[in-house]
Design a protein around this ligand. Structure first.
Ligand code: TXA
Ligand code: MG
Length: 318
């Protein structure tokens, strides 16, 4: 895997590799994505094999500019443009009716398509050079934790893709909010850093409790999971586990623990915590500890997206 920086010459190289039909890991403001040109079927197939991802799981189309939207979506409601004006470029993915001709490789053969316009300057540089949309799922092997820096991609995708562009650590650290506008009621399919409260002034949203079909693989029970057994625990359980702590990697947001085998203290606010959660889980996984324990954050709604990811990454303590 070629390592590319965010220099103009390296962004040229990344755009050229993509135009040649190869798969390149790219930074976004949320997590690193694995990109291929959206209208090159063989390039898109390469993403599924590099990730080991089931072929019917739909991908997000990342636009170079807003004016590319009608190439991918049809019957675009005015609300989509209102949201785009407020939140794009940024961490919001919209599910819209698919335009005729969108490949089933891109949208899993559904009548809808997911689109987003990322704010990351390196990705914008690549897309503007390319002049075409890409598809980009998170750049992790299927079922594992999303990468939030180029080193995570190098650890997990070595030998599977052409290059990684290092645009620094992702500022947000968890995947985009997915909002479905294709039905009668706007529905949040995946919570993210844009919260229901931020969307509320513009629309009434519903939160889909548990999608049935694999429209959102992020909604599968076990997803974003470290390889080491990972448990979410309360403060009381943690206090009772003192004797076991030397074998455990503990991710928390409180005072340093006396005996943990490995520990990482995350910021105690929801955004700060989210920005470092995946990095902490990647590191905990590499610590060699027998178990990962994650201290449950507060139940507050502002932590929705974090709870969503923790529920998939970890099991409740037995
Ligand atoms: O922040 C992000 O969204 C990152 C960065 C790289 O952009 N991408 C990302 O992609 O998380 P991925 O493939 O890991 O997750 C995309 C999610 C999946 O859960 C997929 O099922 C859902 O988007 N999705 C894609 N197309 C859809 C559609 N037509 N209807 C419903 N869900 C869709
Ligand atoms: Mg993913």
């Amino acid at each position: 895997m070629q390592y590319l920086t965010d220099s103009a010459a390296d962004l040229d190289t990344a755009a050229r590799l993509l135009a040649d039909g190869l798969q390149v890991a790219i930074p976004t403001e949320t997590v690193y994505g694995l990109a291929a040109v959206a209208d090159q079927p063989d390039a898109v197939r390469g993403i599924f094999s590099a990730k080991g991802r089931p072929a019917d799981h739909p991908l997000i189309v990342h636009l170079p500019q807003l004016d590319h939207l009608p190439r991918w979506a049809a019957d675009i409601p005015p609300l989509a443009y209102t949201l785009a004006e407020r939140f794009w470029p940024g961490p919001l993915t919209l599910v819209l009716k698919a335009a005729p001709g969108v490949s089933p490789l891109v949208n899993g053969g559904q009548s809808t398509v997911a689109v987003r316009w990322s704010s990351h300057p390196s990705l914008q540089g690549i897309l503007n050079r390319l002049g075409r949309a890409i598809v980009a799922p998170s750049a992790n092997p299927f079922g594992q934790i999303s990468p939030t820096c180029a080193a995570h991609v190098q650890q997990h995708m070595q030998g599977r893709i052409a290059a990684v562009v290092d645009g620094g650590p992702c500022t947000l650290g968890i995947e985009s909010t997915i909002l479905d506008l294709s039905g009668t009621q706007p529905t949040i399919l995946r919570p993210g850093s844009i919260s229901a409260e931020q969307l509320a002034p513009l629309l009434q949203v519903a939160r889909r409790p548990a999608p049935d079909a694999p429209r959102v693989p992020g909604a599968l029970a076990s997803h974003y999971a470290p390889l080491t057994p990972c448990f979410r625990i309360s403060h009381t359980t943690l206090a009772g586990l003192a004797a076991d702590l030397p074998q455990c990697a503990v991710v928390h947001y409180t005072a340093p623990l006396a005996k943990a085998g490995w520990q990482r203290c995350l910021p105690a606010d929801a955004d700060g915590y989210a920005s470092q959660l995946y990095d902490a889980l990647h590191e905990a996984d590499r610590s060699g500890c027998a178990r990962i324990l994650v201290l449950q954050p507060p139940a507050d709604r502002i932590w929705d997206a974090v709870h969503d990811r923790l529920q998939r990454a970890s099991q409740p303590w037995p």
